[in-house]
Ligand binder design. Structure first.
Ligand SMILES: [Zn+2]
Length: 212
């Protein structure tokens, strides 16, 4: 089962990916982790990537795809994998398709976690962090015992810039602009399964597993 997982920031994509890992016993492949591992181990592609990174440039798709090819060939990918954070663009999706064709593989499903943006904004902008110990609370689901004060260390709570509604809205706009062409690309291939990402983690998990 080769899966691409797409979802906006703040819908618990990481948590849902872990459920898929457990359910299908396949690894989650994050491009960022893969890139860092290649650089750390100084593989030929990692060394190549590092040149671009040091120059402050994006690592070319061809380098990333080369890393993917060797990652897909590792034994833990025998039963498939979950791609998270890749592809992000149509050229990357096309490159991935060519690579998989060469390897005699294909993408089986593109799962799109779908949540109303206003709901995400409401949820994320209700987060408050402790100034002292960085514990994160949520005014809606996980409030502190006394308002504005950390349960663990009695530090003051504040709203991080990342959790401000305007910042979240901006990130969601970027996400929509970036992913809508990809979603159309995979919809044309009949691979997209939209999952309602609203509500409890467990409910989303059930919907996701029954969609596959
Ligand atoms: Zn604290």
């Amino acid at each position: 089962m080769n899966i691409i997982l797409i979802g906006p920031p703040g819908v618990g994509k990481g948590t849902q990916a872990k459920f898929l890992v457990e359910a299908y016993n396949i690894p989650q492949i994050s491009t960022g982790d893969m890139l860092r591992a290649n650089v750390r181990e100084a593989t030929p592609l990692g060394t190549e990537a590092k040149k671009f990174m040091n120059a402050g440039q994006l690592v070319p798709d061809s380098v990333i795809l080369g890393m993917m090819k060797s990652r897909f060939s590792e034994p833990d990918c025998d039963a498939g994998y979950i791609l998270d954070g890749f592809p992000r663009t149509i050229p990357q999706a096309e490159g991935l398709e060519d690579l998989l064709n060469d390897m005699g593989q294909q993408i089986d499903s593109v799962l799109v976690l779908d949540v109303n943006h206003e709901e995400i904004i409401k949820r994320l902008s209700s987060r408050r962090s402790c100034k002292e110990c960085d514990t994160v609370y949520n005014l809606l689901f996980d409030p502190t015992t006394s308002e504005g004060i950390c349960d663990k260390c009695e530090g003051m709570l504040y709203q991080r810039d990342d959790d401000k509604p305007e910042t979240i809205r901006q990130r969601l706009d970027v996400y929509t602009n970036q992913t809508s062409p990809l979603i159309s690309f995979y919809t044309q291939k009949g691979l997209v399964k939209k999952i309602n990402g609203a509500g409890k983690i467990d409910a989303v998990k059930k919907r996701m597993l029954s969609a596959l």
